[in-house]
Design a protein around this ligand. Structure first.
Ligand code: NG6
Ligand code: CA
Length: 503
């Protein structure tokens, strides 16, 4: 072969090979889920907040996809997180708000989104609030906690084990309590007082803010909690540092894994109670601690985004931002969230909130952000977080097994802004079940009436002995129950709900 032909063939071969090599080397996108606690539909600037600014999230929404009909699985934390991670409705496992010493709700035989992404070659982490139970019962906080994120697919974990208002008030890292002195072991009880720490009931003068009876057990860092705890003095957290500590851990994790495809499930403690933001954010809003916590959450989200930029991986990272349930003001502590609300509407235009089957229980801010793949837009497609499992599996190129995430459907085209055709229906879990089909909303009747503790929170639960049907197009605030006028529609939606339950 003469020189000319040799170089011609070499160039041709190279031209054919280069795209293949590039394709083979194209890294799978990183996936970051930023999950806020109790953030309501109207709590961001972009969704109408008054009295607090959220510049980082407004920017994320403006440059990404804002879903205006996005829902968490349920109107409380544990069930929403359960359905997000397993792709199954929480009612299938009777998942409800867990005590701080509850055993792990998700055990290794249940497939999780973390496991699935590991199958696709991802490094996986959970940083933040867990509230899905740990251990196998009778948990020992003083050694390796036998059952937790690791056993269900997370390579790394840094956790607030339950909630900020529940003991034990310590972090765990890879299922060991951080900074624990073995000579001062931790004991926890949800039944009776243990140890010598004062309680809110006995020593209210020691409190940063007053609390209701349920939150008046052991005092740590000037805040009384649900449950009693002794020991672990060197390991106790400071509520003021929650968000900054978690954000720092997330930065470290992303930096260490920038060369891998990674999946980070980042779960804020903000804006759940107790709301004790860092001094940097005190007074940032005109709404007291609840608004300041929103400002803190926005700042920390901005820090996470900056980290992606500075690591040079923002173009190859899909960020999903959302919340685990709707808003609540007084959730057990006197933090002036009711008195200082002003004209702010935490639920936006919707009725209800946390714990409720009305729309604001599950309709929460939802943003998908991926600069290189998602064009700036707003979508009113009906969307549920339960579909993240199937959609992210699809994105990562892994096939689901036949027993996996059975309630989760592929919504990737919606998430990527390529389709506005949302779900045919979604189920909203509260203390009853509700179902949405387009503009129609059906709420299943229950014999129980609204419990007193919920009435006290001034959240409208939507619990009723009557069948409820609303037309959200004509009546977005669910004021006119038109069930009696549409018996056929009611029957159809009831049957659909029954079919889903019996699936
Ligand atoms: C409730 C707590 C509430 C909050 C909630 C869990 C009352 C009386 N108390 O039991 O303060 O901790 O559990 O919130 O309601 S969640 O966002 O984690 O579901
Ligand atoms: Ca919550």
């Amino acid at each position: 072969m003469n020189k000319f032909f040799f170089s011609f063939y070499a160039a041709l071969t190279a031209a054919l090979l280069v795209p293949q090599i590039m394709f083979a080397q194209e890294k799978k996108p990183n996936i970051v889920i930023i999950y806020v606690d109790d953030l309501g539909y109207g709590d961001l600037g972009v969704t109408g907040a008054k009295g607090v600014e959220t510049p980082n999230l407004d920017k994320m929404a403006a440059k990404g996809l804002l879903l205006t009909d996005g829902h968490c699985g349920a109107s409380t934390c544990t069930p929403s997180r359960y359905s997000l991670l397993t792709g199954n409705y929480a009612f299938r496992n009777k998942a409800a708000i867990l005590p701080g010493d509850a055993p792990a709700l998700i055990t290794p035989e249940t497939p999780t989104i973390a496991n699935t992404l590991k199958r696709a070659g991802y490094n996986t982490a959970v940083i933040g609030k867990w509230h899905l139970g740990l251990g196998t019962g009778n948990i020992n906080w003083n050694g390796y906690i036998e059952m937790g994120p690791k056993e269900i697919g997370f390579d790394y974990s840094f956790l607030i084990p339950a909630t900020g208002d529940r003991v034990p008030t310590v972090y765990t890292e890879n299922q060991r309590v951080v900074n624990l002195d073995p000579k001062d072991p931790i004991k926890v009880s949800y039944e009776q007082k243990i140890g010598n720490r004062p309680t809110g009931t006995e020593n209210p003068e020691l409190l940063k803010m007053k609390a209701d009876l349920q939150h008046s057990n052991t005092i740590v860092n000037g805040v009384s909690r649900i449950g009693f705890m002794s020991g672990g003095e060197t390991a106790l957290w400071k509520d003021e540092e929650f968000s900054l500590v978690l954000t720092q851990k997330a930065k470290e994790y992303m930096t260490a894994n920038k060369a891998n495809p990674f999946f980070l499930y980042f779960a804020f403690q903000d804006i759940h109670v107790p709301r004790v933001p860092h001094p940097m954010f005190v007074g940032k809003s005109s709404m007291g601690p609840r608004g300041d916590a929103i400002a803190q959450m926005d700042y920390c989200t901005g820090e996470l985004m900056k980290t992606l930029d500075s690591l040079g991986i923002a173009e190859n990272t899909l960020v999903i931002f959302s919340s685990d349930n709707g808003p609540v003001l007084d959730d057990g502590y006197d933090d002036k969230s009711v008195e200082m609300l002003g004209s702010h509407k935490p639920a936006g235009p919707y009725r209800g909130g946390k714990y409720s089957a009305f729309e604001a229980g599950t309709r929460v801010p939802t943003i998908a952000y991926w600069p290189s793949k998602i064009k700036p837009s707003v979508s009113d497609a009906l969307f549920t977080q339960i579909d993240l499992y199937h959609s992210l599996a699809k994105l990562s190129g892994v096939k689901l097994n036949h027993n996996e995430a059975l309630d989760s459907f592929d919504a990737l085209p919606v998430i990527l802004g390529k389709s506005k055709k949302g779900r045919k229906y979604i189920v909203e879990e509260a203390f009853t079940l509700a179902i949405r089909q387009g503009q129609w909303k059906y709420i299943h009747p229950v014999s129980m009436s609204t419990p007193q503790w919920l009435d006290h929170k001034k959240v409208e639960s939507a619990l009723s002995k009557q069948v409820q049907l609303y037309n959200l197009k004509a009546d977005p605030t669910e004021r006119n129950n038109i069930a009696a006028m549409h018996p056929k529609k009611v029957k159809k939606m009831q049957t659909l709900l029954e079919d889903i339950k019996n699936k």
